[in-house]
Design a protein around this ligand. Structure first.
Ligand code: CDP
Ligand code: MG
Length: 831
């Protein structure tokens, strides 16, 4: 094991005093909360309109009447001119040509795989064909069609689209349900939901008894939830011979899914798209005359050093460096050649994106522009840049819209609307626009070639979310988005050599993410032993990754030694959140600093509100540090920033405030919305009584020592040690040894810390291993709120992190700590 040390900590009188203080407050918190205690958690979320109960209580005659009503309604909508126009639009979609074959195949087979190009009508048409057919044949009352979507935004937009194609309001026969938001009624026969919602429904309805048809969409993306769902479904099918399962995929790998389901029949929908011209970086540079700035960099140092570093993590850069630039690019101008040489591909040059947009606006014809970026960071930077530059001298001619999976749902719909005729729509999107969202009027695609991808190093227990090159399949999808209504152009902001070196397909998510949430789901669905269940997956994950996940769940008290859910585990199962974040929220309730816990959890579950402007980095760092004050904590910095933003908002100064402090107003707003969602979740499981008001859960909301302790409870076992080495401090982690503090942290460049440990949210591997957001914490915070304490073998203290940390302290303190932890455990593990 790396750097395993026996750390002796002599508790000073000062420390002892602080332990006593924290103990007293904790005890107070425990008793206050216990007497007023949360009502017994129901542990169950209700699904409105679950059709089993409905159909049981509805008599046969009522059902016939209802089916007849549905048919009359459906037929009555067909006559209007707008319905006719809609019908003729639908008949032009490629999906319409397979309608009869599809319906026959659904009737004759339990499982069916459908593949077709994005935009051919799989999502909007196929479920609708079934719906129409069932209603037409007077089976409307008994039909309940569910179609899953990997993302919230597509569930809403598709449901809205189908409702409008049927001339209805959303929530009548067609509805949606996503986490904490639904539009559905007793009349709803076709429901779009996120895959996560369906997985949670399975907890109460393991055989999906109310469902007649289940369509699982976008399975080619190989998301973890979808890969998980199909294991369950394959086992379920024999028990539900009447259930129809339809798997829908882009034109990738349909065979793989068919084989998984015993060679289920495949229907391929032949597609149509207009031709899309393809330009690579070299051509884009020629056209835009843009000069890539070789100074452009993140903070990791010179471009040479960066290139050396990136070679390690990015084999594609190596390939690019092997290319003989002179002979390959002889035909290009000097400035293009210089730019190509400066291009390193490690980080996107937003100036290049902007000048490509500008080029299109000046020199190309009408049509919307769709820009693929890696994440919110880039999207908001580019939005700012475009605003700042008073784009092309007239911002009123442009409608610039962000499109990101976790945007507030209200803003999302304008993405689909056509802009007024004198305006050009520019959509800045993540890879969400790749296959699940169709924006019809796109004629130009700008593709940065990357997407944020999680990866997981099971050996070092290291998860990272980093932009990495997309696959050829994704690049093809992105290009196709430009040819929906007329011939289009795809501007690729990377050289052709990179494209040629891209992998054919992306690795499935289940092979590149930590599995704790998945393991928790397997447990809550009572699917048996985790390892043997996951061995049935389409591509089973690494057993070491499974083992790590289970170990972590045991460490944080979610699973017991037998790998069964503890009461705490059962609470956390009902929160659609990472178990660590869920635990932080519960601790926030118990220790009455819920406000800060909500804010920090929202930022962890969503994103950091601090933006990092490239050219004003020092000012931005200074702003962040001023929020951190002397807390030595990135988490406290964001907490204080959020609170200051709330104040600024109350007095209407929030815009200026964000601008001055380098904060993203959109992220802050989203965090605010998420906080409210979390409160609803906590009240669902009985940890918060909304009637009592938040104040009751926030007595220690301003007590940063307490907040940091709760933070420690949530982030454990993400702990590193700070060790003085001469004038500097070095940092060590149990798994990988020496690590560095990320340059964006308020703790970067600090040489002296008041406290001996840090908890952190994320360990990221790039050139070295960086600790992202970190908080300096004390030994007593760890002792009280960290993982299990084991009496040390030598009998002179206690150990944690499997013996990596050793504490010696006066017996009385240790006894007190043990007692309090016992109390806390009782509370957390209460049924
Ligand atoms: O699922 P797939 O990618 O095969 O296509 P779809 O989402 O069913 O979309 C079929 C067509 O419906 C698109 O090509 C658009 O023309 C149209 N559509 C739309 O206009 N507005 C939406 N919100 C969704 C789809
Ligand atoms: Mg689709």
């Amino acid at each position: 094991r790396h750097g395993s040390t026996q750390k002796e900590i002599k508790m000073s009188t000062e420390t002892e005093r602080r332990v006593e203080n924290l103990l007293t407050r904790s005890k107070e918190a425990l008793t206050i909360n216990d007497s007023a205690g949360p009502s017994a958690p129901s542990g169950k979320q209700s699904f409105p309109g679950t059709s089993t109960t409905e159909s049981d209580s509805t008599s046969k005659v009522d059902k016939q009447r209802f089916s007849a009503q549905l048919r009359d309604l459906q037929n009555s909508k067909k006559a209007s001119p707008s319905a006719r126009a809609m019908q003729s639009f639908r008949e032009k979609l490629p999906a319409y040509r397979v309608k009869d074959d599809f319906l026959k195949a659904v009737a004759a087979n339990q499982v069916l795989v459908i593949s077709g190009e994005t935009g051919c009508g799989k999502t909007t048409q196929l479920p609708q064909f079934i719906l129409e057919e069932e209603i037409e044949n007077l089976r409307g009352a008994d039909c309940s069609i569910i179609c899953t979507q990997p993302r919230r935004i597509s569930a809403i937009s598709v449901a809205a689209r189908i409702a409008s194609e049927r001339g209805e309001n959303l929530g009548e026969t067609v509805g949606y349900q996503i986490r904490l938001e639904a539009k559905r009624s007793a009349q709803t026969r076709l429901l779009f939901c996120t895959t996560g919602v369906l997985l949670r429904r399975l907890v109460q309805e393991p055989d999906l008894s109310g469902v007649s048809h289940l369509l699982v969409d976008e399975i080619h993306e190989r998301g973890m939830n979808e890969d998980f769902l199909i294991i369950i479904l394959r086992d379920l099918l024999p028990q539900r011979p009447d259930l129809r399962l339809i798997l829908m995929s882009a034109t990738i790998n349909a065979d793989l899914f068919s084989k998984y389901f015993g060679n289920a029949p495949i229907i391929h929908i032949p597609g149509f798209t207009f031709p899309v011209a393809e330009l690579f970086l070299e051509d884009v540079l020629e056209k835009t005359r843009y000069k890539i700035n070789s100074e452009f960099d993140d903070y990791r140092g010179s471009s040479r050093r960066r290139r050396q570093q990136s070679t390690k993590s990015d084999p594609l850069t190596e390939i690019f460096e092997d290319v003989d630039i002179d002979s390959q690019y002889k035909s290009y101008s000097t400035s293009t050649r210089q730019s190509l040489e400066a291009w390193s591909g490690t980080q996107l040059d937003l100036g290049l994106v902007e000048s490509t947009i500008e080029h299109i606006c000046r020199h190309e014809g009408d049509g919307a522009i769709l820009v693929f970026l890696t994440g919110w960071d880039e999207i908001s930077k580019l939005l700012d840049k475009i605003k700042e530059n008073n784009f092309l001298g007239n911002s009123s001619k442009f409608l610039v819209l962000p499109l990101h999976g976790s945007m507030p749902t209200v803003n999302q719909r304008e993405i689909f609307d056509r802009p007024p005729s004198n305006m050009r729509k520019i959509v800045l999107a993540t890879n969400i626009a790749e296959s699940s969202i169709t924006i019809d009027d796109v004629v130009y695609v700008i593709d940065c070639g990357k997407a944020k991808e999680t990866s997981y190093d099971a050996l070092n227990k290291l998860a990272c979310l980093l932009p990495s090159w997309i696959s050829k399949a994704s690049a093809h999808q992105r290009r196709g988005r430009a040819g929906r209504v007329q011939p289009g152009v795809c501007y690729r902001l990377y050289p052709k050599v990179i494209h040629d070196a891209m992998p054919q397909y992306q690795l499935p998510e289940i092979l590149r993410t930590p599995l704790q949430e998945l393991c928790l789901n397997i447990k809550s669905l009572q699917l048996g032993a985790v390892a043997s269940f996951l061995a049935k997956a389409l591509q089973p994950p690494d057993p070491l990754a499974v083992k790590n996940a289970i170990e972590l769940l045991k460490t944080i008290g979610v699973l017991d030694d037998m790998e069964e859910l503890t009461p705490l585990g059962r609470h956390l199962c009902t929160l659609p959140l990472d178990p660590n974040i869920g635990k932080m929220l519960l601790m926030g309730c118990i220790f009455q600093c819920l406000g800060p816990a909500l804010t920090i959890a929202a930022a962890l579950a969503h994103r950091d509100p601090f933006v990092l402007p490239i050219n004003r980095k020092e000012e931005a760092d200074a702003a962040k540090r001023s929020f951190a004050d002397d807390s030595y904590s990135d988490h406290i910095a964001l907490l204080k920033a959020f609170e200051a933003w709330k104040d600024a908002k109350r007095s209407g100064r929030d815009r200026a405030f964000c601008w001055q402090n380098f904060l993203s107003p959109i992220t802050l707003q989203m965090m605010d919305d998420m906080r409210n969602q979390f409160i609803d979740l906590l009240s669902d499981i009985g940890f918060v009584n909304k009637a009592r008001g938040l104040k009751d859960y926030n007595h220690y909301g301003n007590d940063l020592e307490m907040v940091c302790a709760v933070l420690c409870a949530g982030l454990y076992p993400n702990v590193i040690q700070c060790k003085r080495r001469g004038k500097r401090t070095a940092f060590y982690s149990k798994e990988v040894g020496k690590v560095d503090i990320h340059p964006s942290s308020v703790n970067a460049g600090v040489h002296e810390f008041p406290l001996p440990y840090m908890v952190y949210s994320e360990k990221v591997k790039t050139a070295s291993i960086y600790i992202r957001d970190s908080t300096n914490i004390s030994d007593y915070a760890l002792l009280l709120f960290g993982g299990a304490l084991i009496p040390s073998k030598t009998g002179d203290g206690i150990e944690m992190l499997g013996g990596y940390l050793h504490f010696s302290a006066p017996k009385s303190v240790i006894q007190l700590i043990q007692r309090l932890r016992g109390e806390l455990d009782k509370l957390l593990q209460r049924k």
